[in-house]
Structure formats: C-alpha cells, structure tokens
Design a protein. Structure first.
Length: 334
C-alpha cells in the first residue's frame, strides 16, 4: 500500500476499482485494512475491504479489495501529507510481507506503491528505498533498476549514490551486467531480438577523449565484449541523443550511467501536467527491479505528500505496473 500518509492507498484503491485489473490478475494488498477503508471512503468508491490473514482467505472478486491485514497503523491517527515514523514503519512491514509471500510462492508477483525515505529512516529502517529492501531480504547481490514506459526502457549502472561516486562506478563489468539484465527483460516483454543503446558518461561521449576517459577505459571495452557475446548493442551513444533515438524506436532498451541521466528524460516523457484542470493528465512509467528471484514492479513516482488526501492522485502508473507484473509472471510460468 506504500506510505499511508502519501498517495499510495489512494492509487491502490483507484486501480482496484478498475474491473480490468481483476481480469489480468488476482490482486491482494499487503498493509492495513483500516488505512485502505479510509482511502476508499475518501474517494467515494463503491468498494468493500475484506481483511484477511492468509492469501487463501482472499475472495479475489471485483468490488472487494482483499487486504492482508498487518494491523500496522491506527487509521484514526493518520494525517495525510505528514512524514512520520509510524507511517514509515507501516510501509516497511507491508513491503516485507509482500516479499515473504512472493519468496514462499503464495503470490506470483509484487507491485509497490511509493514510500517516503525520511519516514522509513525515522522508523529505524535504514534503506535507500524499495530496491535495497528487496535486495536485502531476497539475498540478492547483483540487481538493477529498470524504468519502462511504452518504447522507452532504461536501466542504470548506478542509482542512489552521490554524483561524484557515480562516475567512479562506471566500470566495464557493471555495464555488461546491467546490459545482460535489460536484454533479458526485453525478451520477457516479448521483444525477440532486443537492440540496446549504451550511453556515454561525458558530454558527446567524451569526443574521443577531449572531455574524459571513462568511455575509452570502461564503456567501449564493455560494448566490444557484449558484441563478442552476441548482444545487439550500440555505444557509447552521446547521452543527449540516446533517449530521443529510443523514443523514436531505434533502441528497445537504454543503459544509463547514473540515476538522473536515465530518470530525467523518462519523467519528461511520462509526467504531463494540465494547467487548466490543475491535475496531472498522466503519471506513467514503472520501475522494475531486475536480478531478483521474485518479480517486483513499482510506480516511478513518489508519495506526493502535497496532494495526498485530496483525491486527485492519478493511478495511471500503478495500472501500468500491474500490467507489467502480470506479463512478467506469465512469462515465468511458460
């Protein structure tokens, strides 16, 4: 359900008020039943909340939201838009339960609503975010973040580290590792022969060494090795043109060298504000953690504390997340 003080419970309720969600899968929410009832009431949705203590007890019927009730927050004390340790803890235990259910095989995939890192840390859970929580409790050492929306799919060599450190993490072996991950993910999405574009780190991919040597020392050797292994890769592609080319269909996937290099173009395309209505027309795009033994897909936006509790948050990204998680689960079952 995400952080209860954010838009997570709202977008979960909206997504599960869409009959198509139940045609794709059998959804169950991990979190607090009282928090979900409050979200349903806030939105005025004609839904019932069914609190359960086992997946086997879920009804999986449209019109009823099954909640694996962890009783992790008193909904009467919930204040929307406020950072709190209580909400950070509620979000954390909701994630842990989802991971446990997936690891035990009780569910086929997990989809996460946003959490707040400050609240998480206030609760004593010192993780950088969902990705690190999943990696820790699935005992995964090699993993990466993939952003996906329509034609644009972006994986990162590094994510939540200072920019100075990110440059030092541009290494041949890591570039090869994440390229292998995105190639495999594209095949799970139904792309038989993925073409992957690998970004440079420096402006103009260093212009043959004029603006840095990371391309010559790490990125080009990685590209050469990937080609020897049979991957269809191009690079280093100047980062100011790579994503535009991918948007136009030239690449099925992109390898970004650091967090903002990949996130900024992705969000420029997927996040669209309507000044006339004062609402987002679309907040699309998903975040998939690759390399895990279980499926984890998430919305690629935050808790939006500024609009939480106002009933205007868009569920677009969560619906897309459910779609991706379902397709990946189906692929694993083949």
């Amino acid at each position: 359900m995400g952080d209860p003080a954010g838009i997570g419970p709202e977008i979960v309720a909206r997504a599960l008020s869409d009959r198509e969600s139940y045609e794709k899968c059998r959804p169950i929410v991990t979190g607090d039943a009282g928090v979900m009832r409050k979200a349903v009431s806030l939105l005025g949705l004609p839904l019932q909340v069914n609190a359960v203590s086992s997946v086997d007890d879920a009804l999986f019927e449209f019109g009823t939201i099954d909640v694996y009730d962890l009783k992790c927050l008193d909904a009467e004390t919930l204040v929307y838009g406020k950072v709190s340790a209580a909400c950070g803890h509620a979000a954390f235990v909701s994630i842990r339960k989802a991971i446990d259910l997936a690891m035990s095989g009780d569910v086929d995939a997990t989809v996460t609503a946003p959490l707040n890192k400050e609240a998480l840390h206030l609760a004593g859970h010192n993780f950088d975010g969902h990705t690190e929580i999943y990696a820790t409790f699935t005992h995964t050492k090699k993993y990466a973040m993939l952003l996906a929306d329509d034609r644009l799919r972006v994986i990162h060599v590094s994510t939540h580290v200072p920019l100075r450190k990110a440059c030092d993490l541009v290494k041949k072996d890591r570039i090869i590792e994440v390229t292998e991950l995105i190639d495999d993910a594209c095949r799970q999405f139904g792309i038989e022969h993925p073409r992957i574009g690998i970004a440079g780190l420096n402006p103009h991919s260093s212009d043959n060494g004029l603006f840095g040597d990371e391309e010559a020392l790490e990125i080009i050797p990685a590209v050469d090795e990937l080609r020897r292994r049979g991957f269809d890769v191009a690079g280093p592609v100047p980062p100011d043109t790579l994503f535009a080319k991918a948007k136009c269909g030239q690449f099925d996937g992109c390898v970004a060298m650091y967090h903002d290099q990949g996130h900024i173009p992705f969000k420029v395309i997927g996040f669209n504000w309507n000044a006339e209505t004062g609402k987002m027309d679309s907040v699309k795009g998903v975040n998939i953690t690759l390399g895990l033994p279980i499926i984890r897909v998430s919305v690629d936006h935050g808790t939006a504390f500024d609009v939480a509790g106002r009933g205007i948050a868009s569920e677009d990204a969560l619906l897309v997340s459910i779609d991706y998680a379902t397709r990946m689960a189906q692929h694993r079952c083949r």
